[in-house]
Design a protein around this ligand. Structure first.
Ligand SMILES: [Zn+2]
Ligand SMILES: [Zn+2]
Length: 235
């Protein structure tokens, strides 16, 4: 996509709960190119933008402007996807990342945050996307369905299994590597006995990311966290 147009012909709208990289993967799919090709086209037109990693955190203003023009989306809708704005009290070291050996990945894995996913959320999404909460290392259960998030495809172990479809095509819930149905996964990861308490800690953690005063309350329960085998470094 080295000879990219100044404005893309197909530009799906961002979904308010998704990661920036999730939206860009969907933009790439809509234009029938890989994310690496999409970024080459963007940089060919707008210079060295979207070069910092992970792209999902602390997006520079110049990058927002370039994406806004390239994708014909209002800047504020792109800025709203930035994890730094969503969770200003988050230590970015606690974001999931792909290993370095994915360096030449056409999906630009090392430049994105990694994600776990909820099979029930995937089953109900009209458009497959990555919920931003799935990139937080400390959240191990879906806040909606209360089931453990899956770190990879249960059948083949692919760590980036979601398939993003072109516009007007039905959503594919199949692993992009092995083709198994990610929404129908019956893998049971519920081996932890104290799951009610773990869910409660997860809920408090979600709140603490948004409201710093709650961090005081969280700080009062380190012994409880220890008994639940959750690291205090998450706080
Ligand atoms: Zn869910
Ligand atoms: Zn698979």
């Amino acid at each position: 996509m080295a000879l990219a147009p100044a404005r893309l012909p197909f530009a799906p709208q961002p979904i308010s709960t998704e990661l920036l990289s999730s939206w860009l993967l969907r933009v790439a799919a809509a234009n029938f190119v890989e994310l690496s090709e999409l970024l080459q086209g963007l940089q060919c037109r707008y210079g060295q933008v979207l070069t910092s990693a992970p792209m999902d955190y602390d997006l520079p203003a110049a990058d927002v402007q370039a994406l806004s023009q390239f994708c014909r989306i209002a800047p504020k809708r792109i800025r709203a996807l930035d994890l730094r704005l969503r969770v200003p009290h988050l230590n970015p070291a606690l974001l999931l990342r792909f290993p370095d050996h994915f360096l030449m990945c056409p999906r630009c894995s090392v430049s994105r945050v990694r994600y776990a996913f909820c099979p029930l959320c995937i089953a109900s999404q009209p458009v497959i996307h990555v919920h931003w909460e799935w990139s937080l290392a400390c959240l191990i259960r879906c806040g909606l369905h209360r089931i453990p998030l899956l770190e990879c495809c249960p059948d083949c172990g692919e760590p980036d299994p979601l398939t993003f479809s072109a516009l007007d095509l039905p959503a594919s819930r199949l692993c992009r590597s092995c083709g198994s149905d990610l929404a129908a996964s019956t893998v049971c990861l519920d081996r932890i006995q104290d799951k009610g308490n773990i869910q409660a800690v997860g809920d408090v953690y979600r709140a603490a990311l948004r409201f710093p005063l709650i961090r005081i309350v969280v700080a009062l329960i380190p012994k409880r966290l220890k008994s639940l085998e959750i690291s205090e470094s998450f706080l």
